[in-house]
Write a protein that binds this ligand. Structure first.
Ligand code: CA2
Length: 146
């Protein structure tokens, strides 16, 4: 039976490929979703890929993952750096493994991006590999959930 992984995306990630290609590359979020579905199929994972600009949607989806998924990869966008609500939601579904994902290397950018509110609640963090960060997270989830 295929295992379900939620891949969650936060604010402004719907703009991928449309603005700031120097930082985030040229792929759209639809391209990233297609890559994740393909990698998921190869890994035997059923990927449920979502994006919202609203913090509460992400909180509710993490709770839903606690019922339906074996793991979560989350690019929480700027909420990474601000959201105690997301930290608490990840803690609330423990021990479900949640991996924090970023396209850019947040540590090579502005200081306000160096702090993550969610990293202490997550299993691990992958950043700086462009859209490949998502695939690395799926590979890690495959390994730690088998
Ligand atoms: O590098 C990442 O994946 C980030 O999570 C992206 C967030 C940023 O706030 C984090 O610090 C790092 C921003 C996503 C916004 O994406 C855009 C894409 C194209 C144009 C404008 C924004």
């Amino acid at each position: 039976m295929s295992k379900t992984i939620f891949v969650l995306n936060g604010p402004n990630l719907n703009m991928l490929g449309k603005r700031e290609p120097g930082i985030y590359g040229g792929k759209t979020l639809a391209d990233v979703e297609a890559d994740c579905l393909k990698a998921g199929a190869e890994l035997g994972l059923d990927v449920d890929f979502r994006q919202s600009n609203h913090e509460g949607d992400l909180v509710s989806w993490i709770h839903e993952a606690g019922e339906k998924a074996v793991g979560v990869a989350i690019n929480a966008g700027a909420y990474t750096h601000t959201s105690i609500a997301l930290h608490d939601a990840i803690k609330a579904v423990s021990p479900l493994p949640v991996i924090e994902v970023h396209i850019s290397n947040v540590h090579a950018r502005e200081e306000f991006r160096h702090k993550s509110m969610i990293a202490p609640a997550c299993k691990g963090v992958i950043c700086g590999f462009g859209p490949q960060s998502y695939i690395l997270a799926l590979q890690a989830l495959k390994t730690i959930t088998q």
